[in-house]
Design a protein around this ligand. Structure first.
Ligand SMILES: [Zn+2]
Length: 356
């Protein structure tokens, strides 16, 4: 199993990590603050509030704000959406141009050649692991597609992960973010890009998410559970960056671009069906996951989806007649090529139909 380990930010995961932000901020920084949720009390030269998951238009708007204030430092504080928007803005501040120039699959796919301006990721939800990944997932409404701007040069300077920031995150956001972390660890573990290194990271993330996700949802102030989920999310980000994902994330890209489905919901609902389909095609690595969970992987994930009350895809307007178009788009998504086996169109259609 060959290994190519990507650059990681300096990572600080601790209760009260936020208090150490000044150590990581250059003294004369002109900061662009990108956030979602409530506006934090952090000094900034310019501010951009990310609403919902970022689109190419959001990134261009954030860039305009940052360029007008000649920002040379970026802080992303919030869920994965705010972190990814900050990541793309930091990258494009250094590289010039606009978001569509650098988008994979649907954009011009221009290469990032300059290191992003220094930026700090401060996640408030435990899910995407965006604080340590090198890609920013961005929607392009006109193209009805979500894709990434990706480069090792986009890596944050530091990730400050403070589990206390998550205590007021509501149940539904905790549930779907946590399902994303669990899903990312499972997909990275069975991915055809996996290595011994990513296996070790991913299996620990699976163990932590299985132990703490329901607890964090039941009692948001359970700091041990919040810490466990923050760690699972971090591990999921390191695993996916170095191993790739799979069919769940392949589907999540077009579903999220065409329907108002939060990313973690799409991932959670699809996960048990993708596991079952891959297993039927002879993927045996799920046996290790069964052992870690002490139960069948697909059944455990389906049980969590039910217990956490994740809505079905049909409740977002996905209908049976949408399945063929979504299958076509999912096959083009960058994550799909890391699925451990090639799933044919009929199998992909089955997986999606079962998730409606
Ligand atoms: Zn994800």
């Amino acid at each position: 199993m060959p290994l190519h380990l990507s650059t990681l930010p300096t990572i600080l995961l601790a209760r009260n990590a936020l208090a150490r932000l000044p150590e990581f901020t250059p003294p004369a920084a002109r900061t662009l603050l990108v956030y979602n949720g409530a506006q934090p009390d952090i000094p900034h030269a310019a501010v951009f509030r990310q609403r919902g998951e970022p689109t190419v238009n959001d990134i261009d708007a954030a860039l305009q704000v940052a360029r007008e204030s000649r920002c040379d430092f970026v802080i992303g504080l919030g869920g994965g959406s705010a972190i990814d928007a900050a990541k793309a803005a930091a990258g494009l501040l250094a590289n010039g141009g606009m978001a569509s120039d650098y988008m994979e699959v649907v954009g011009k796919g221009q290469k990032i050649t300059q290191a992003a301006v220094p930026w700090i990721a401060i996640p408030t939800t435990a899910g995407t692991g965006a604080e340590v990944t090198r890609n920013a997932v961005i929607g392009w409404p006109e193209k009805k597609f979500k894709a990434s701007i990706r480069s090792e040069l986009l890596t944050a300077k530091a990730a400050l992960i403070d589990p206390q920031l998550a205590v007021d995150v509501p149940h539904d956001v905790t549930a779907r973010s946590g399902m994303d972390a669990l899903c990312q660890c499972i997909e990275a573990y069975v991915s055809n890009g996996a290595s011994a290194f990513t296996d070790a990271i991913a299996i620990k993330g699976i163990e932590l998410a299985a132990r703490y996700l329901a607890r964090a949802c039941d009692d948001g102030h359970d700091l041990e559970a919040r810490e466990g989920m923050a760690t699972a999310a971090l591990l999921s980000g390191i695993a996916l960056t170095n191993a790739g994902l799979g069919a769940v994330h392949g589907f999540a890209a077009p579903l999220g671009a065409n329907f108002p489905i939060p990313h973690g919901v799409a991932c959670g609902v699809l996960l048990p069906h993708v596991i079952a389909a891959n297993r039927r095609r002879g993927v045996t690595k799920y046996d290790d996951i069964d052992r870690t969970l002490g139960a069948d992987a697909a059944e455990t994930c389906a049980g969590l989806v039910h217990q956490l009350n994740l809505p079905r895809l049909a409740s977002f307007g996905v209908r049976t007649q949408d399945v063929p178009a979504m299958v076509d788009l999912a096959k083009r998504a960058s994550s799909m090529r890391y699925n451990p086996v090639v799933l044919d169109d009929a199998t992909l259609a089955d997986v999606l139909t079962q998730s409606l």
